[in-house]
Design a protein around this ligand. Structure first.
Ligand SMILES: Nc1ncnc2c1ncn2[C@@H]1O[C@H](COP(=O)(O)OP(=O)(O)O)[C@@H](O)[C@H]1O
Ligand SMILES: [Mg+2]
Length: 476
């Protein structure tokens, strides 16, 4: 039953792959057409091992011996060399026994060689791209056509705070902040499903709930027939840009409110002065005690409004005061003295820690003092409201490495609730009882410091402490 076929080696001429029969020492006994065509070498005149790249020669010799000795086929990769041209080949070695005088001789090897040069190049190219993807700072993600993530790079894991295991197979919806409308995303899908590139600014959520802003570019991945096989997303981190934008919006908001306030102060101030004068006239001419008493109340309320107006005017008054070289430390000491005069509870300790080497700064002395007093009064209020035994306000001044003067006011008062921190510089924001605070002090201070090209910042631990930091440039 076991019928043996014998066929001519020319049969292999129909093969695309290169086929050879060689002896153990590399003598080429037969080869097919495609090997002659592909290699462009006269194969009748050459030893097989001469065509092998130097670096691969020993390995291949050893493999061929092993194949013949063990009578087992072997797979391996090797390189053909012809002048400058290198061909990467996948080799299949099989023992091929010759028959001498009816005796089978284990002495030859049948080789099929497939050219994988371009495949190998593609692999290397892919490896290079993979390396870039893994090491770039831009977060990358690849999703399949259903939108499930099949690849995310380390930069993506870093910004999102998730692990790879948590993301693969998931839909990027899990980063959703719900800040974008449904329409936004449906337009995105329409674009990319049609094989086009989509770009948009998105706000995502990290695993811990914090937002991360990115510009997202999604590009469809197409196969050779232009079918969409997946999507490739590149994020560009916009966090820093967003922070700057927010700061700019905040600054502009404060500025426009300032302009508005100047107008209101003027419009309200004049009629208010008339009311105040008229009330006094009426008080003088009436004999009715009840009317007198009621007019007194009116006067108090008018005074209260006047105080607010004065604060507003302070802020909005174009700075026609002269700049003069001001001794910040002296100014701070005076501000503390002024504050102390008004303190009801005498047990607040004011500690001054001033650096003597601070140069005099070109400032408007009255205005900077107004800022210091505002901050010190707030700190005093915060301390008196807390139940702490030790009541202490520390004022420090020093120069930093950027050549700026830094002044800090720290108190161990009630602190500021986190949600209020962004609001305290806004006009009329106050947490104090009616009649106690106008909510204008810090807003005025902010405006003054900005006009000196400085910065005013706050940090606070609610219930524990608050520090205001002012930085002023030395060169104006
Ligand atoms: N040192 C501080 N400790 C706690 N809260 C403070 C401190 N400084 C300011 N604040 C908060 O900022 C708000 C606004 O301050 P400010 O503009 O001076 O207005 P006002 O003192 O009239 O309330 C205060 O009402 C208070 O809630
Ligand atoms: Mg105040």
């Amino acid at each position: 039953m076991n019928k043996r076929f014998t066929f001519n080696f020319e049969f292999f001429d129909y093969f695309e792959g290169m086929c050879f029969i060689i002896s153990e020492n590399g003598k080429i006994l037969s080869f097919n057409k495609s090997s002659a065509q592909k290699l462009q070498i006269n194969l009748n005149k050459i030893n097989f091992f001469e065509m092998i790249d130097e670096s691969e020669k020993d390995l291949l010799k050893e493999a061929i011996s092993r194949c013949i000795t063990n009578q087992k086929s072997i797979d391996l990769q090797s390189k053909f060399k012809n002048g400058n041209q290198t061909t990467v080949v996948d080799l299949l070695l099989s023992p091929y026994n010759s028959n001498e005088n009816g005796v089978s001789q284990a002495n030859n090897c049948f080789i099929i060689a497939n050219d994988v040069t371009s495949k190998k190049e593609r692999e290397e190219e892919l490896q290079r791209f993979f390396y870039v993807a893994e090491n770039t700072v831009n977060p990358l993600q690849i999703t399949d056509t259903e939108g499930r993530m099949i690849y995310v790079n380390p930069a993506f894991l870093k910004v999102s705070g998730y692990t790879k295991e948590e993301l693969i197979g998931e839909n990027p919806r899990i980063f959703g902040s719900k800040k974008q409308l449904k329409k936004f995303w449906s337009e995105m899908w329409t674009t990319i499903k049609n094989g086009k590139v989509w770009i948009g600014d998105v706000e995502n959520r990290k695993k811990n709930g914090e937002p991360f802003h990115t510009q997202l570019l999604i590009s469809p991945i197409l196969d050779s027939e232009q079918n969409v096989t997946g999507y490739f997303g590149v994020h560009r981190d916009l966090s820093e840009k967003k922070t700057l934008e927010k700061q700019l919006i905040h600054t502009q908001k404060m500025e426009s409110i300032g302009t508005l306030a100047a107008g209101i102060a003027h419009e309200v101030g004049n009629p208010l002065a008339s009311i105040s004068a008229l009330v006094q006239v009426a008080q003088r001419f009436t004999t009715d005690d009840l009317v007198k008493e009621k007019l007194e109340l009116v006067k108090n309320q008018v005074n209260r409004i006047s105080k607010i107006i004065r604060d507003l005017v302070d802020f909005s008054r174009p700075s026609n005061f002269e700049f003069q070289f001001t001794d910040i430390n002296k100014n701070l000491t005076e501000a503390v003295e002024i504050t102390k005069v008004g303190v009801k509870a005498k047990d607040v300790v004011y500690e001054l820690n001033l650096n003597k080497n601070i140069p005099h700064l070109p400032l408007v002395a009255d205005q900077i003092q107004q800022v210091f007093v505002n901050i010190l009064l707030n700190a005093t209020d915060a301390i008196l409201e807390s139940q702490k035994k030790e009541k202490k306000i520390v004022v420090k001044s020093h120069m930093n490495e950027n050549g700026e003067v830094i002044i800090t006011f720290s108190d161990n008062g009630i602190g500021i609730a986190e949600e209020n921190i962004p609001k305290i510089f806004e006009p009329f924001f106050t947490t104090k009882k009616e009649g106690k605070g106008t909510g204008l002090g810090l807003w005025v201070s902010y405006g003054i410091i900005k006009s000196f090209q400085g910065e005013i910042k706050v940090s606070s631990i609610y219930g524990q402490s608050t520090t205001f930091t002012i930085s002023l440039p030395v060169q104006n």
